[in-house]
Design a protein around this ligand. Structure first.
Ligand code: C5P
Length: 398
């Protein structure tokens, strides 16, 4: 379980008889080199005292959502930012139902809701509760979101019943949980991706946009998730399903995308700007629909430049590894190279959009990866495969 070394693990303990085993989980996590913070539900405190888990973890145990002392030091958002992974053991049927419906009415549910990394659950409940279709539906929903479910095991239960529902043993749980960090070359890395077009309103019914489908950015997000990264995807309006198990932020205008990027870029290892950000926006947006006057004379729409998001990220003091896209119709490599240097990027992905087979909205792509040191051609294939190779290339550089 080497992958647990130097990881920040948030252990959620909920109110089941198996809560006494949480103490052993904390002990094993600490032995493996993890830092552990424990969040308990109120009912968990009926089964094991916070003091035990505090002594073993070496950190204050939290359970109150509104705890003035905790908020000053580590409130729910700080805890969610601090954690590399969350393990909830035992996870009761009630907690599973609440997580599945996105409730945020206690500290554990709020932290989990605010967290964008790997979450593992070790269910523990009576066999009839486990079999109940509502529990199974709730779990299916969480699994679809990318949650890992460890167990349960089968055997004699505290209530005397026999069947599935027992919490797995601490070491069995940790074996599965440790995979959260070893799934791929990007394990534990935090990646921010922008995708799709932006829409710049002219009036309430019209806007300026472009032909970006978002496919490249969404495929890159999926490839990064597959490779173990924690992904935040900031997307303009597109018509494709969002990837599961990522933190998804939806925006419309370039200014909204800029604001969202600046908010989320903190503590990211990689920034990939695939979005086709509108270069210009109308200087004035009319609150009312602009009417034609019937004179046949041209009207003028005054435009001003939008901020360059990519350049702004690469100018940050604590900048991540910055990747840009150059969608060009001519002089592909020369123009891409200019952007690499002009925007101070680590990598630029050059994409010839004049070729209909590989341009906007197509299923295929062929790109050249350009760094200051080398040029690497990724041959024509599906955007999914191209994305995997780009992520592989990036993971070798960081
Ligand atoms: O300069 P150009 O728009 O061709 O550069 C393309 C790259 O810059 C893409 O990665 C795109 O996401 C990014 N970009 C940006 N903000 C803008 C314009 C482009 O982040 N306003």
């Amino acid at each position: 379980m080497d992958s647990l070394t130097n990881k920040n693990v948030l252990l959620g303990v909920t109110g089941g008889i198996a809560a006494y085993k949480s103490a052993e989980i904390v002990r094993h996590l600490k032995k493996s080199g993890s830092s552990v913070r424990v969040v308990m539900t109120k009912s968990a405190e009926e089964f094991i005292t916070p003091l035990t888990l505090q002594a073993l973890s070496g950190n204050r145990v939290s359970s109150e959502l509104l705890d003035a002392e905790a908020e000053a030091a580590m409130g729910h958002i700080e805890l969610a930012k601090w954690a590399d992974a969350i393990l909830i053991a035992p996870a009761t049927a009630n907690t599973i139902a609440r997580l599945s419906s996105g409730r945020g009415d206690d500290l554990l549910s709020t932290v989990t809701l605010a967290f964008d990394g790997p979450v593992s659950l070790a269910p523990a409940m009576n066999q009839a509760m486990w079999r109940d279709e509502r529990t199974q539906e709730n779990l299916d929903r969480l699994i679809q979101k990318g949650y890992e479910v460890c167990g349960p095991g089968s055997g004699e239960q505290a209530c005397g019943d026999i069947g599935l529902g027992r919490m797995l043993e601490p070491l069995e749980i940790l074996q599965i949980f440790s995979n959260s960090f070893t799934k791929g070359k990007m394990s534990g890395k935090r990646v921010l991706i922008t995708a799709g077009p932006t829409q710049e309103p002219i009036d309430p019914v019209r806007f300026i946009t472009n032909r970006s489908s978002g496919k490249m950015g969404y495929n890159l997000a999926e490839a990064a998730i597959e490779s173990g990264a924690r992904v935040t995807l900031i997307s303009g309006p597109v018509d494709i399903p969002k990837p599961s198990n990522c933190n998804f932020v939806s925006v419309e205008t370039a200014q909204e995308m800029y604001d969202a990027v600046m908010h989320h870029v903190k503590e990211k290892d990689v920034y990939i700007g695939t979005a086709a950000v509108s270069d210009y926006k109308p200087v004035n947006t009319s609150n009312l629909k602009i009417k034609k006057d019937g004179s046949g004379k041209p009207i003028t729409l005054e435009l001003e430049e939008n901020k360059d998001i990519l350049k702004s990220v690469s100018e940050l003091q604590d900048k991540p590894y910055v990747v840009g896209f150059a969608a060009e119709t001519d002089n592909l490599l020369v123009n891409a190279d200019k952007k690499l240097k002009g925007k101070n990027l680590d990598l630029i992905v050059a994409n010839d959009v004049s070729d209909k087979e590989i341009g906007f909205n197509s299923e295929q792509n062929e790109v050249t990866l350009i760094t200051l040191k080398e040029k690497t051609l990724i041959e024509r294939q599906s955007k999914k495969k191209v994305s995997r190779q780009i992520i592989d290339f990036i993971s070798d550089q960081i």
